[in-house]
Design a protein around this ligand. Structure first.
Ligand code: MN
Length: 428
């Protein structure tokens, strides 16, 4: 029987430092191009990308019946979407084969100088592209700490959570056209804003630009319109997870959101990391989520371990300045699991599509140093956050770079997510 690609005993013939996000047990998927090549699908390994199209052309996937007649063309695409549509057996077969090609005792690729030159490129020498063309995008609101903090600030501390919150995963439909890959600059949006002490709104640059530390999950297997997903099958539809920054203009948001919800305060830009870590690679990091009280309705009822222990952090770097870590938290804290989000999303018959992106909502922890947005860290501007360069922030300034990172760790194996970063440019 083949060794599991998650086995902690595996090591690669590629030299990978222990601090790398991309050991042989990870093998996340993405898309890259260079001036001469691509776009091609790829897998991250240490400081390299493995070009899946090149590997396919060298015959390494020739016997993978799970790919049908899709190769090599499925690897010569601008997004993972066509690969996702092949289904989990194909995703698993490719990850398993890449693991076999890269393990220390596998000479086939290692000893083929020409193939190594064609298949392995340094990450610093390629442009990583947005890994999926998001088919649809939904943002949830599933951290109880975040929802409680926002409710406390904007409504009523005694009734911070609205009556529906503990009964269903709250979400809204977002926009896919402005979802960009890490490294893309974010222009400060203009919009209508009205401070509480102003009589009328004005139009101009947002004065309360913010980030939201989130995880996104990518749907690999869709559903037909009119069908639902039993909770026990929800995870079968999930391909993998990525870091996600849901940039938010709080002043636009707070003026516009009543009664229909987030709109222009959100859709001017959202950033996703270039690597999607497979749900398969995250199997060792399952944990139970928080106890849900009251118990969810039967269609959302779940037992066992459906949260994932992923350490997260967000850092801010002013123009030319040193980086300050603003917050550290954990994805395992989420009140509603990804499976519950997905099952709820499909519970009315709404169809899921390969390439759908579902974001968790801001991930905040219970302590002041574990909050996932500036809104909460600076408590609506009332307690400015000190930075390493001696300045402070209530919200983001032009030139600020926000960087989010994440990793899961167990038995010395670190499954990292790379980073999602973006710099704020002045408005026009
Ligand atoms: Mn959000």
């Amino acid at each position: 029987m083949a060794t599991s690609p998650n086995s902690p005993t595996l090591r690669s013939w590629i030299d990978i430092p222990p601090t790398s996000d991309f050991p042989i047990q990870n093998l996340p998927f993405g898309v890259f191009e260079t001036d001469e090549r691509g776009p091609h699908l790829a897998v991250a390994i240490g400081g390299y990308v493995l070009d899946l199209y090149a590997a396919s052309q060298h015959g390494y996937f020739e016997d993978l019946v799970e790919l049908g007649d899709a190769q090599p063309k499925v690897f010569r695409r601008r997004s993972l979407n066509a690969f996702l549509r092949l289904g989990r057996p194909a995703w698993r077969a490719v990850r398993q084969r890449v693991s076999e090609m890269l393990r220390h005792d596998a000479p086939e690729l290692r000893d083929n100088e020409e193939a190594v030159r064609q298949c392995l490129l340094r990450q610093t020498e390629v442009r990583l592209l947005r890994p999926i063309k998001p088919a649809n995008y939904t943002d949830f609101y599933s951290s109880i700490e975040h929802a409680t903090n926002v409710g406390t600030m904007f409504r009523d501390p005694a009734n911070a959570l609205l009556p529906n919150w503990r009964h269903l995963p709250i979400g809204y439909h977002g926009r896919t056209s402005s979802i960009v890959v890490s490294g893309t600059d974010i222009k400060r949006p203009n919009g209508q804003r009205k401070a509480p002490d102003e009589d009328l709104p004005t139009f101009g640059p947002s004065r309360q630009l913010d980030f939201e530390l989130e995880m996104g999950f990518v749907v690999g297997t869709g559903t037909a319109l009119g069908t639902t997903v039993p909770i026990a099958e929800a995870e079968d539809h999930i391909f993998g997870l990525c870091l996600f920054n849901d940039w938010s203009a709080r002043d636009l948001q707070s003026w516009e959101y009543v009664p229909l919800g987030p709109f222009l305060g959100k859709n001017f830009g959202s950033s996703m990391a270039p690597w999607v870590v497979t749900l398969d690679a995250l199997e060792p990091f399952r944990i139970a989520g928080p106890v849900q009280e009251p118990a969810p309705l039967p269609y959302l009822a779940q037992s066992g371990e459906h949260n994932f222990n992923i350490n997260l952090e967000v850092a801010l770097t002013p123009a030319g300045g040193p980086e300050t870590t603003l917050s550290r938290t954990n994805f395992g804290l989420m009140y509603w699991s990804m499976a519950q989000q997905l099952t709820h999303h499909a519970s009315n018959g709404c169809n899921l599509e390969a390439g759908d992106l579902y974001a968790s909502g801001t991930i905040s922890g219970p302590t002041p140093d574990s909050l996932g947005s500036m809104l909460e860290l600076a408590w609506r501007g009332t307690r400015p956050v000190p930075l390493a360069d001696g300045t402070e922030r209530k919200f983001l300034l032009d030139g600020d770079t926000v960087t989010m990172r994440g990793y899961a760790e167990k038995e010395g194996i670190r499954i990292g997510f790379g980073e999602v970063t973006g710099t704020v440019l002045p408005s026009e």
